[in-house]
Design a binder for this molecule. Structure first.
Ligand SMILES: NC(=O)C1=CN([C@@H]2O[C@H](COP(=O)(O)OP(=O)(O)OC[C@H]3O[C@@H](n4cnc5c(N)ncnc54)[C@H](OP(=O)(O)O)[C@@H]3O)[C@@H](O)[C@H]2O)C=CC1
Ligand SMILES: O=C1O[C@H](COP(=O)(O)O)[C@@H](O)[C@H](O)[C@H]1O
Length: 490
């Protein structure tokens, strides 16, 4: 029988408990971990939002969310019932002087138990909530605060949030979520690199021609248009998720898996990213916006129709970037990053393209091979290499793939990365959360791109929904004699 790593007793205070993120991700993640018996018997989840609901009314609404977003976990009525019993609801408007803090305090008696405040609310409430928690005497030595993204929309706004929260919580108690870090495929980068010395020996410019990191989505902006139109793909995905994956791929071996060792190595990568001057932005950054197109045999509307505001928008839904990392390991290897909505398929993957043979002795040379780390829609590792074609009359080589789909080898413990991250926060393990200097360094790198865009130095190129983005994204690689993975054979 699998050994269950149970938590200690905890109080989890979920602000924004009626919101989209809580309904779709957080409460389903909790239910799944509860089903796996990871909770201490004395665990409590206190759900907070503005709506005036009783605990019974809130639990009823949670049942329908769970049925929608974790249907498999709601089959066992007894477990569902016991899980709902852990939830208490309290309404409290964080912007109001007379908010019901006494009610919350009554639910949180003095205790050395782990206390987690999870802020699944708009970032504008982060500082004010932390201030109130501190003034109300609710921040204990065992308290931590979890901040949802986005941490700001620029370096200055990120710093304001971090300073605001930092007045009331020490840095080691601030857990900034990047849900990509909780994904199994992203975690496995560490094992792949640092438990396979043979692979690590190839992991540098001497063997690797270029690296591609893609996070492609088929969905549009859905019902998050008002947030997304202010953010765009650069802020929404690139500044956080893609840069974090880049760090995991490019960093040197940390001294240990302890949080600060990992974060120190990631910081070195962020600091080594070639800074973006306006000229570099013009030459190395592509921005696009989807227009109506065909996706999975269905005609779908363009971005402005999805927004439904009656006006046009200059927000990018696609961004591709060519960059370099100024280190001895990577100096000669371009990194191509791209992300977008309404692209041809849902895929998150990293491609390491190997260099070609220096002196080719075969008459035909296929691709020099590549390692593909697929993170979504399912975890898979594949190694494309050159092999002799046994059927050919002469000595011909061609590409063939070594494949390892996780589902054929392992049963995955987590369906969603929030399951891992929520319980890491409960257990007090910050390794998969972002440290403040990482946020600053990411914004510092991204900001010149935003500034150039404000000066209209980069055109916003339309791309049809269901495509792989604007044609110039392809040209960005063609310039270096490279191509995106979907264009490669086999
Ligand atoms: N939704 C998603 O997929 C993702 C969301 N995020 C981030 O998570 C956070 C929450 O997003 P999302 O769930 O979509 O937002 P929603 O707008 O759906 O929910 C906001 C929540 O905050 C509560 N709230 C709003 N104002 C107050 C207040 N003054 N006092 C107390 N509670 C308040 C709302 O309560 P009530 O409903 O009762 O008014 C609601 O529970 C944001 O920072 C977002 O950027 C990050 C990644 C993905
Ligand atoms: O953070 C975000 O991520 C999602 C994509 O997450 P995934 O786990 O489905 O790859 C994205 O849709 C959203 O816009 C963004 O805010």
């Amino acid at each position: 029988m699998a050994l269950v790593n149970r938590t200690d007793p905890f109080d989890f205070v979920l602000f924004g408990a009626t919101g989209d993120l809580s309904r779709r991700k957080l409460l389903p993640a909790f239910l799944r971990r509860f089903m796996a018996q990871e909770f201490d018997d004395d665990a409590r989840i206190i759900c907070v939002a503005r709506s005036n609901l009783t605990t019974e009314e809130f639990r009823d609404s949670v049942i329908s969310s769970l049925r929608e977003f974790a249907p498999e976990a709601t089959q066992d009525k007894d477990t569902l019932h016991r899980f709902l019993g852990l939830l208490t609801y309290i309404y409290l408007d964080a912007t109001k002087q007379e908010a019901n803090w006494d009610g919350l305090r009554a639910l949180l008696p003095e205790s050395p138990r782990a206390r987690v405040f999870y802020l699944a609310t708009a970032p504008s409430l982060f500082s004010v909530l932390c201030q109130s928690l501190a003034e109300q005497g609710l921040v204990t030595p065992t308290s931590r605060v979890v901040l949802e993204k986005p941490i700001g929309t620029s370096l200055a706004t990120a710093q304001a949030i971090n300073t605001g929260v930092g007045r009331y919580f020490p840095e080691e108690s601030i857990y900034r979520i990047d849900h990509y870090l909780g994904k199994e495929g992203v975690q496995n980068i560490l094992a792949l690199r640092f438990a396979n010395p043979a692979l690590e020996m190839l992991w540098s410019s001497s063997a690797i021609d270029h690296v591609q990191i893609t996070a492609a989505e088929t969905v549009g902006v859905e019902d998050r248009g008002s947030y997304y139109d202010e953010a765009g793909a650069l802020r929404d995905m690139m500044q956080n998720h893609l840069l974090q994956i880049l760090c995991m791929v490019a960093m040197d071996a940390p001294a240990s898996l302890r949080s600060d060792d990992l974060r120190n190595e990631k910081m070195k990568v962020l600091n080594a990213l070639r800074p973006m001057t306006p000229d570099m932005v013009r030459q190395n950054v592509i921005r696009g916006q989807y227009v109506s197109g065909t996706l999975k045999n269905r005609i779908v509307p363009g971005y402005t129709e999805d927004l439904n505001t009656g006006r046009s928008s200059s927000t990018e839904t696609f961004v591709a970037i060519r960059t370099k990392i100024r280190t001895a390991r990577w100096g000669n290897t371009p990194f191509y990053l791209r992300t977008g909505k309404r692209l041809a398929t849902k895929t998150t993957e990293i491609v390491l393209q190997f260099r070609p043979q220096v002196w080719p002795i075969f008459t035909n040379m296929p691709s020099p091979g590549r390692l593909v780390i697929r993170i979504a829609p399912h975890e898979e590792l594949s190694f494309v290499m050159a092999v002799r074609d046994p059927a050919a009359g002469s000595f011909r080589v061609q590409n063939a793939k070594l494949d390892m789909a996780y589902k054929n080898v392992f049963s995955l413990a987590y369906q969603d990365s929030y399951e891992r991250l929520l319980l890491d926060a409960v257990r007090g393990d910050p390794a998969l959360f972002i440290r403040r200097d990482e946020v600053d360094a990411s914004w510092r790198w991204v900001e010149p791109i935003l500034t150039s865009w404000q000066q209209a130095l980069t055109p916003l190129e339309p791309y049809p929904a269901g495509s792989w983005g604007p044609p110039s994204a392809r040209a960005l690689l063609a310039r270096d004699g490279a191509m995106w993975h979907e264009d490669m054979l086999p």
